[in-house]
Design a protein around this ligand. Structure first.
Ligand code: FES
Length: 135
């Protein structure tokens, strides 16, 4: 069977994020880390955040994702989208918005955008829980 080309299946924006992921890798000076596993397929994402503005704004984000091209691309675009946002703004981004930023996802890959949304929300709740503990 001939290999299926990525560009025949995914948008060019998604392929670009998969082949040239933005903000990939662990962040040594992260303030908080989120970790989620996709229960549908077992793929996982670690999201690292640096928080500024008295704990209210995301100054930097990076990721380590083990998964399919759609999950890597969604992780990549999510780090770009949340950088500079307040925690409330980042938390409000939906998986559909992450998918739209990549030019959409094939139907069988819609679940992949769940990973980024869950990682963002997990990291933010970890951060808030850590602050609550330190008060
Ligand atoms: S197949 Fe697992 S996140 Fe895409």
């Amino acid at each position: 069977m001939a290999p299926q080309s990525l560009s025949g299946y995914y948008s060019s924006t998604l392929v670009d994020h998969f082949e040239h992921p933005r903000n990939a890798g662990a962040m040594d000076d992260a303030d908080v880390e989120g970790f989620v596993t996709n229960t549908v397929c077992g793929d996982s994402m670690r999201l690292f955040l640096r928080i500024a503005d008295g704990g209210e704004r995301i100054a930097a984000a990076s990721f380590l994702t083990s998964g399919c091209p759609a999950s890597i691309a969604t992780s990549s675009v999510s780090t770009e989208m949340i950088t500079g946002l307040t925690l409330d703004e980042a938390e409000a981004i939906t998986r559909q918005q992450f998918a739209e930023a990549l030019g959409g996802l094939p139907k069988s890959k819609v679940h992949c955008s769940v990973l980024a949304q869950a990682a963002v929300r997990n990291a933010i709740s970890e951060w808030r829980a850590g602050r609550a503990d330190s008060m």
